[in-house]
Every structure is written in C-alpha cells, then in structure tokens.
Design a protein around this ligand. Structure first.
Ligand SMILES: *Cc1c(COP(=O)(O)O)cnc(C)c1O
Length: 381
C-alpha cells in the first residue's frame, strides 16, 4: 500500500541545481522587479519592447472597451472576428505568402501543425536543436521521426536519400532559441525540392529581429515558396501572445479544416488581434529592428574575447559548461543589478549550461555596455 504514490509523492524531486524556478517578477519598461529589487532585464523575448508600446496598449484598449476580453468560443463556433481575418491578410502580404492562419500560441501551432500534415505513413526529419513544441508535434503526429545533427545539411541529405516514405517533412527552427544561430534556409529548401519534401520553418525568434524584419525566409528569398510552411509567434518581437502559420492558400485552407489545436481551442481575444495589427505597423517601419541590430553589434564588440557563441541575433548565449558555474554567474550579475538567467539541461545539452542573454531595442546603449563590463568582472576576463 505504502509504495503506491499519491499526489504528494508522485514526482521525484530533482536536485536543487536542476529544479526549475518561477521567479515572480513584475516588468516596467526594460526593468524587472525580482524580490523587491529592480534589475535591467536581459531575459525577455520582447525584442523590440513592443509589449510596453503606447500604440499597442491603445489598440488593445479600444477593442477591450468595445467588446470585452474573451472571445467566448472557437473561431468555428462563434469566436471569429473580422479583426482576425484582417490580421491574417496583413501578415500574409507582409511575409510574402498566399495565406495565413492565426493560432492560440506557438506551442499550439506546432503541436497541431505536424499531426495535421503528417501521419504514421509519413516521415519527419528534424534538426536536433528544434524547439520543444516541434519535438512534441512530431511525436504526436505518429510519423517516423529522424533527427539530424544541428544544421548539418550533408547528414540531412543522407537521411533523405534513405527515406522512401510517401510524404516527407523537414522541420527546423529559423533562429534557434537557445543558441541564437540560424538555419541554412536556402540549403533546406533545395533539399526539400530535390527530395519532394515539405519544409516547415518556425521563425519565432527571427521575425522582427533580423536585418530583414520579415525574418529568415525573407532574408534568403524563399518566403512564399510552395514547399514551405512557416510558423511565427506574437510572444516575441510582436510583444503580445499568439501565433500564425503561413503557406499556400490550399495548404492553409486544409489547416482550417484539420488543425485541431485551432478548431478545438478558444480563439485569441480580438483585442490581441487588434494590438498585433498595431505591432505589425511598427515592425514594418523598421526603425526598432534597426535599433536592435545596432545593439547586437555594440554588445558583440564590447564582449570581444568572452566565450560568446557566434550568434548574430538578439539571442547571445555565453557557454559556461557546468550548471553551478552558470547559476553562480547569474547570481553575481543579479547582485550587479542585471537579470540574466542561467539555462541548464534538459533545456540545453549536458555540459553546456549557459547564460542566455537577450537584447532588446528597448535597452539603452549604456545598459549594454554595463552588461559587458559586468560579464568581464564575473568571468575575470
Ligand atoms: C517561443 C517559441 C515557441 C512557442 O511559442 P509560444 O507562443 O510562446 O507558445 C515555438 N517555437 C519556437 C522556436 C519558439 O521560440
């Protein structure tokens, strides 16, 4: 009897340095208040500072005033709103695709998309460092999943040569969330063409942040390709919450019929869709992205000689190896007034615990130089 776990001892507790924590905090502009202390936040995906922007607050508030918060149902029942259709058209036009479909979140997009596109007769070729939502989506699809070494086009080609499945998918992050490096979009699409595969790119971290604000696929001139399906999210550069899928009209239409995580889930608040229209206007102007790009260059110059990964994006990881080293560095930066989280396994591979620094257009240049100085002191370099 006593061996039977109840809800109090169902889970075994990992050692302290492996436990995930929920550091309750409130945010004000570029600052974050943790345990009563205001710190400069280098841990947000709000890359352009749009979550705080006056235009976006106002756009959300207008709709909130008129029609309240919740949409009350799935879009297919009574939760649809003209604002969703407008936003879909605007996103498709901006990104260079025929059609677009809104989804509740990036996680919902990916765990719905892969099972909608692939089944147990299909195969999925996935980059080893893909986001967890793509890993889970691949699993849920029931397809045969083969992972290829990170960004290794030769290995992927060899896998595809041996693959005789009727439907083949290649799945990759655009900008990788823990390393900040970028998929070889041109290499992926040419393999997709050569092997009659469909390519899915999730560019959650690239849209709005790369030198072409439309993201990785636009930068490589492959946006709108008929073998390409792209996922983007509102939780990062757009400063909101939600996600969207882009592709050809027939593909998106098929998803309208089949995407279970959209069909069986409450539509996002219309206020969010209106706010994301305002975000799109700001992103299209390009000034905020240009400012973020300047911050990235400034940071990398100021950190010359530090063990940064070779990332050119807003995600700037600094590898420290052991969990304890990353935790201690994070704690010392916090003493210096800087919020930089330690990211440990299982989120990243064993032995690659790191500081994951994210830069934002909302930072000031002095914040970035202050971080570079503090990193040198903490790491004694
Ligand atoms: C953040 C992220 C997601 C999840 O998006 P949410 O809207 O936060 O659920 C999916 N894919 C990638 C690559 C991400 O970085």
């Amino acid at each position: 009897m006593h061996d039977m776990p109840d809800s109090r001892n169902w889970f075994s507790i990992p050692p302290a340095h492996r436990q995930r924590t929920f550091p309750a905090s409130s945010r004000h502009g570029v600052n974050i208040t943790c345990q009563g202390r205001s710190l400069i936040n280098f841990a947000t995906n709000d890359y352009l500072g749009l979550s705080q922007h006056a235009d976006i607050r106002q756009a959300a508030a207008e709709v909130l005033q008129q029609q309240g918060l919740g949409s009350g149902a799935s879009r297919l029942v009574s939760g649809d709103d003209p604002l969703f259709h407008q936003l879909e058209q605007q996103l498709a036009a901006w990104k260079g695709y025929e059609a677009c479909l809104l989804v509740g979140s990036g996680m919902l997009a990916n765990i719905g998309l892969l099972p909608a596109l692939a089944d147990r007769h299909s195969s999925i070729h996935a980059d080893r460092l893909n986001h967890a939502s793509l890993v889970d989506g691949a699993r849920l699809s029931g397809s045969k999943v083969r992972r290829f070494p990170h960004r290794d086009m030769t290995a992927l080609q060899q896998q595809l040569q041996r693959d005789h499945a009727h439907r083949k998918l290649i799945v990759s992050d655009g900008v990788f969330s823990m390393d900040g490096d970028q998929a070889d979009a041109a290499g992926l699409i040419s393999l997709a063409e050569h092997f009659d595969a469909l390519l899915i790119i999730d560019d959650a971290h690239g849209i709005g942040t790369l030198s072409d604000p439309r993201g990785l696929t636009a930068g490589h001139g492959i946006a709108g390709h008929e073998r390409l399906v792209e996922v983007g999210t509102f939780g990062k550069a757009f400063g909101g919450y939600g996600a969207f899928i882009l592709g050809t009209e027939p593909l998106i239409n098929g998803l309208r019929q089949r995407l279970r995580t959209m069909i069986y889930s409450t539509a996002m608040p219309a206020a969010m869709a209106h706010a994301m229209q305002a975000a799109l206007i700001l992103i299209r102007q390009g000034d905020l992205t240009a400012k973020l790009q300047r911050h990235i260059r400034l940071f990398r110059q100021a950190c010359d000689g530090l063990p940064l990964l070779p990332s050119q994006t807003a995600i700037q990881p600094l590898i420290l190896g052991r969990d304890e080293h990353a935790l201690e560095a994070s704690a010392r930066l916090r003493e210096a007034g800087l919020f930089v989280p330690a990211i440990r396994p299982p989120t990243v591979p064993e032995g690659t615990a790191r500081l994951r620094i994210t830069l934002s257009a909302a930072h000031q240049e002095t914040h970035i130089l202050q971080l570079a100085d503090a990193l040198r002191q903490v790491l004694c370099i």
